[in-house]
Design a protein. Sequence first.
Length: 187
Amino acid sequence: MNAIIVSKSDKAFSAIVQTLRTCGSFSLVRSENAVQARSIVNDRRFDIAVIYAETREMQYRELATAFAESGVGTVFIPSCGVDDSIMGLYDLGIQIVGKPVTRLSLYGAIRTATGLAYRMEKLAVENANLKNQIITLKAVSRAKCILVGRGMTEDEAHKEIERISMETRRSRLETANEIIERNNGIQ
């Protein structure tokens, strides 16, 4: 998993790294501030983000929000105490660790964020698979309509698409798209 740690403090960075290592194997990237983190994120995808805010709280809150909204498991350590304005970040799935930060509280937040990131990744893969299935079903249905228009029954059209796919060792989507393209050339 890829992790980004946003912290200017070497001491905080070191403590976060030690805790991350007890949670699993991570490829780590460090950013010293929110602006630098935003530029790093443009070049790489992260699974986990740990943000140790030290100043300009709003920049760090916005960064945590951006991470969470893009499916990154996010841990936020605010510079001042946890107040009502920070509590709203929980609704986005952001794990908040109040100061003083203990190893146990940081560990728990990182484990939870890791679990959220893992589930988000699984959902993204499942979503992509479902989109591909819908695209295939639409194309196959359209191709079947074309074949039915040429005198086949729906069952015969379905079997014909399956037969062509098996004989040519192509997917049903490729076969359906070929039928659609050939029909578009006829019109």
